[in-house]
Design a protein around this ligand. Sequence first.
Ligand code: ADP
Ligand code: MG
Length: 697
Amino acid sequence: MAGFFHKSIEYLKGIGPEKATLINKELGYFNYGDLLQHYPFRYEDRTTFHKISSLTDGLASAQIIGKIARFETIGVGRKQRLIGKFQDETGEIDLIWFQGIKWVQQKIKPGLIYVVYGKPTRYGQRFNLSHPEIEPSENSRPNKQFLHPVYHTSEKLKRRFLDSKALSKIMKLLLAEAIPHIQDKLPQTLREEFSLIDKKISLIHIHFPKDQIALKKAQYRLKFEELFFIQLRLITLKLARIDKFKGITFKNSELLNDFYHTHLPFSLTAAQKKVIKEIYADFRSGHQMNRLVQGDVGSGKTIVAFMCMLIAVGNHTQCAFMAPTEILAEQHYNGLKEFADPLGIKIACLTGSSKKAERTSIQEALDSGELKILIGTHALIEDKVKFKNLGLAVIDEQHRFGVAQRAKLWNKNKTYYPHILVMTATPIPRTLAMTLYGDLDISTIDQLPAGRKPIITRHMRDAQRIQLFSLIEKEIEKGRQVYIVYPLIEESATMDYKDLMDGYESIARRFPQLHLSICHGKMKSADKDYEMKRFTKGETHIMIATTVIEVGVNVPNASVMVIESAERFGLSQLHQLRGRVGRGSEQSYCLLVTGMKLTSEAKTRMQTLVESNDGFRIAETDLKLRGPGDLMGTQQSGALDLIISDLATDGDILNLARNAAVDLLKIDPLLRAPENHILKNHIASFNKSAVNWSKIS
Ligand code: ADP
Ligand code: MG
């Protein structure tokens, strides 16, 4: 059975070894199974026919039935073209060919009935179709209405005559051969419950739907299957992990309570409390925790992490808290030290720039167990850093870390895997989270601390700089600080730098009395830190920087975020940048500066930010605008290699599929029932090739 789908496509009629190699290169397909899943990316509606008299400007395409009254040849040499006067009972249009004239004249006979298809262009009063598709009407089945598949191909493939039409011919042959070999991998019960059509039919109809309804049913079936298997796999992995990896049980919450009642300087939001409870429940479960906490910028994730660390410390274990940059690690350290000191908890910070003597004393304190909380950068996960008894590892802003780095944390405790808490301020839309982190538990802090004033966001054009400067001036007079951020141009570090320097100079000219900081990628990290610290301490008024300041930096006194060339940033990134202000109780502003000419997509981005401060809403829009691959960067994209589903639009199907997987595994967690064997085998074949996503975080 499987043999058939593993056959190399070179054996398919119409392909052969040479074209097979080209298809490998251009589309990444090797075998029958791959090619069968090259689904059309759209369908041309051939269910309706246009009358010539009803053609209008702006029609993307039209299908007309009629006959060629006569041919005319116009021009000579390279300018020669062939015109067919094509008529139906309502009028006449011109069919135009610039190439292949001889062939057309041989094949196409005046007087016979043809169906033509193409994009109508108006020339004066007449419409024409250039290089239309043309077929004798008996072949085009005008009475059996249908949708034409359109396949992705490439210029190179087209040059070797593998255009969409050729692919569709190949597909027809392939399908006919494949049908007897196709097995339905979804159990009958599931198909009935969710009204899913048979796999064979779905494959036929995805390539050659006879109408919209058939197409929709085929799409639904195939999307459901795809999402169902991803979820089934993720949840199976998770169940296996929970079963296999016993966790250290933390039952004592005295230290946490002590802090909560006597030291916590503010009251927690309901969302923060909820998340701490969820985590505490994990701690008591006896299983290793793997939890992702997502919360918008400023939602107060750090204190949540700290309070969870108190539980771990109160249960005689140590904690690691890993941040993506030195600046952030130090900031966390300074902030948390103020909480830890009064409780008598020893806390330290380890980064790449920690001195040797310091490292030694940190290691000694780790060995003796006296050091309870170690904050740091990836320096934390170096093999030589050893904990006596690591109970909880917190990873802040997880998207900055590679998979391998995170996995290393797992092995820091030899007896048990430590509990893992991953925090992110890049809210991931539910659909995406379910697919990317379907095997993790997810907690959401969906509320900001009370008393925050929503940031006022404005979209300004380059020409409004005078207004911009006066706002900056006013805020600085009030004692506030300002960020001005320039985009990183990856292709051209030099241009990047020039923009930033020009900006710096114009600000220096306009505000000669102010102190300025500057931070960019060409600077040494020690210099960046130094500038950042000056700004944090309030020694400078304006921080002019590229996106190095994007993540996590906390300067509550900063109230203005100016983003230059804002159209060059993605939505989520703009939202992150904006989150650097609005951290205190003062009114804050975010000013998005762009040129006059914007694409409509860029306009949507600016508009979304002006209208909304809600990270989740913004993330949803971002997903719709850019698609999931771009949103998440590269490392996780493997989990997003979806063939037919689209996480931006198929959230409903994903929910159904996930629930179906959850329900099924509730009844039969090991897929032992005979009717589930087929599922078990299928995900086993999956797991062989895939990365084990359950162990990445
Ligand atoms: P993020 O979720 O972006 O990491 P932080 O943890 O840095 O946010 O918190 C932002 C600021 O809000 C910090 O100064 C923190 O002390 C403060 N904060 C956190 N929780 C609360 C709360 N419940 N009430 C008031 N302020 C809070
Ligand atoms: Mg943070």
